[in-house]
Every structure is written in C-alpha cells, then in structure tokens.
Design a protein around this ligand. Sequence first.
Ligand SMILES: Cc1cc2nc3c(=O)[nH]c(=O)nc-3n(C[C@H](O)[C@H](O)[C@H](O)COP(=O)(O)OP(=O)(O)OC[C@H]3O[C@@H](n4cnc5c(N)ncnc54)[C@H](O)[C@@H]3O)c2cc1C
Ligand code: SF4
Length: 326
Amino acid sequence: MKTFTYEKADTPEAAIRDIDTDQASFIAGGTNLLDLMKLQVETPGKLVDISRLDLASIEDSGDGGLLIGAMVRNSDLAADPRIIEKYEVLSRALLAGASGQLRNKASTGGNLLQRTRCYYFYNLASRCNKRSPGSGCDAIGGTNRILAVLGTSEHCIATHPSDMAVAMRALNATVVTLRADGDRRRIPIHNFYRLPGDTPHIETVLERGELITHIALPKPMSGRQSYRKVRDRASYAFALVSVAGIVGMEDGRIANVSLAFGGLGPMPWRDPAVEAALIGQVPNMEAFAAAADALVADAKGHGSNDFKIPLARRTLIAVLRDLTGA
Ligand SMILES: Cc1cc2nc3c(=O)[nH]c(=O)nc-3n(C[C@H](O)[C@H](O)[C@H](O)COP(=O)(O)OP(=O)(O)OC[C@H]3O[C@@H](n4cnc5c(N)ncnc54)[C@H](O)[C@@H]3O)c2cc1C
Ligand code: SF4
C-alpha cells in the first residue's frame, strides 16, 4: 500500500472542505476502498474519514418515505422495522449481500459506490479501461463469466456488484448529496449511474469531492416485494443474476410493477419495456415469458457469460410467479 495522509471529518461541510486535492478520497466503512488500496488499484494520497459523521440515522421524511443517512450500516438498515415492514425488498437485498461482519462495517453511501468485481480490474498486470483509461479490456474474450450482458460497450463489460443498489433502483430511491461548492443535489437513482460507453472509468454523475449525505426512499409502493439472488454459492458470493421485484394486483390483474436487476449490467438495471409487458395482464406464463423476452431482447453474451441470458429469463419468471401466486 502506498503512503497517504489521513483526516477525520466532524461535519459534512468539513468533509467536503478536506477533499482538497485530486488525490483525496472519502473513506466510510473501508470494506471496498481498503482492499483496492492494498492491491494499488486505487492510490489516494489522502483519506478523509467520514465514518464519524452524524449521518447514521433513519428518519421519516414527512411525505410517507424515509431518509437514510449515508453512514447507516448495512446491518442496521436491513434490521430497521420500517424497512422490514414497508421496504422488504431492500432488507432482503441487503441480507443477501456479503457477510454479517462486512454488513456491520459497510455503509449505505459506500455500498452504492463500491467498484466492480471484474477480475481484470483487480489485477494490475491486465489491461483494463476502467482502471487505466485507454489501455484496453482483457475481459472481452477473456474470463467473463460474472460480467455483463446488457448496457455494455466495446470498452467495458463490467457489472455493478451491489445488491442493495438493485433494490434501491426498484424502489425509485433518490441520492442526496453535498457538493464541493456547498450546494445540495437530489439525484434520482435512475440518473445516478452511467453506462460505460468510451469512458468506463466514470461510473456515476457525482462530481469531484461530492459527498453522499442521504438516500431518500419515497412512500412505499403497494404490492408484494421480493429479492431473488442467483449465485455460485449459497452465501458470501456476488450475484450472477438478481431480481428485485414489487408487484401490486387489482381485480386479478397486475396493476403496478417495479423490477430491477443485478448481475446483468454496469448499473442496477431497469427496463420500462419489461414492466409495460406486465401491466394490466392476468398473471400467467405467457405474460411472464413476454416480459422475460423484453428483458433479454438486447442482451449480448461474451462467451463464458452467455448462460446469464437464459438464467435471467428463468429468474424473472420465478420472481413473477412468487409475487403473483400464478
Ligand atoms: C468479501 C466481500 C464480499 C462482498 N459481497 C458482497 C455482495 O454479495 N453484495 C454486495 O452488494 N456487496 C458485497 N460486498 C461489498 C460491500 O457491500 C461493500 O464493500 C460495502 O458496501 C462498501 O461500503 P463501505 O462503507 O465499506 O465503503 P468504502 O469502502 O468506505 O467506500 C467505497 C467507495 O465509496 C466512496 N464513499 C463512501 N461513502 C461515501 C459517501 N458518503 N459519499 C461519497 N463517496 C463515498 C469511497 O470514497 C470509496 O470510493 C462484499 C465485499 C467483500 C469484501
Ligand atoms: S470489463 Fe471493464 S473492468 Fe473489466 S477489464 Fe474490461 S474495462 Fe476493466
């Protein structure tokens, strides 16, 4: 690990003030950043520790939703009675991620910003456009079993690894930030992540030194909620495919539906065509198959991850059967 300086911030304002060089990074739980620093994938010259900021509470937002502080630990968020009762999909997604010890350290803000698990990103001997822009991508034509089939580019086929973020996308969360100039922003999660295009190293719309202070959840949607994660081991593994689903029924038909997907794309994936195929339908295999076809219509495998395309279809259909009882 390279040497770095370290400062501990007492307030969000002090934290953004302390990010005073291009080489500085916030550190929250450290469960991803420290691993990357040990491998020298990330080499910040300065760490600004935000773990003691007063951003560790979950509050009612006054409009029926919740305001979650960026430093709320993943375990505490998963166990909060309001999350379990009204945002069950989020609690389930959190509990499907990492291990108990990691969830006790991992923060809400840090979870959203964790980096891809692409093997080549972690290996300095490999070519990787995300780690070293313009160097090439060894995953294309290489070992890409865990990588993306949707939203990729010729420059990067990495997936976003977070389970929590998939549930946040299904719930239409908003990321609340404090910018380096002191302004605040509210960024809907569907605008927060960027597709790789020809700049895969730029993963979100966050500006340099911008601090996530909260994640806002809107009033819960009606209907049943579920999170299904398919992975190589029963625990302690990232998703090959995951589905966060909320389905509400009226008079025997699907009245509202929200579906987000992990393991398939460079960001928590959501596709309006999938939901449109289901709205107003009597739940049955034909309707589910049409939604699954819409999901994979533009999917492209890269060899060892081809299996994800039929797996995504089957996982979505299984979730829809669970949520509708069909
Ligand atoms: C062995 C292992 C298995 C795992 N398995 C899973 C899994 O199955 N599913 C899953 O979803 N995750 C998994 N994880 C990832 C884990 O969830 C993340 O490491 C964790 O959520 C990151 O949170 P953190 O607070 O530790 O972030 P940190 O490591 O502290 O920070 C991560 C990044 O976010 C930035 N950052 C942090 N907070 C803020 C903020 N408030 N504002 C702006 N920038 C910020 C940091 O600068 C850094 O770039 C696993 C991790 C490990 C090590
Ligand atoms: S897929 Fe993306 S992260 Fe992986 S090697 Fe290629 S450029 Fe790097």
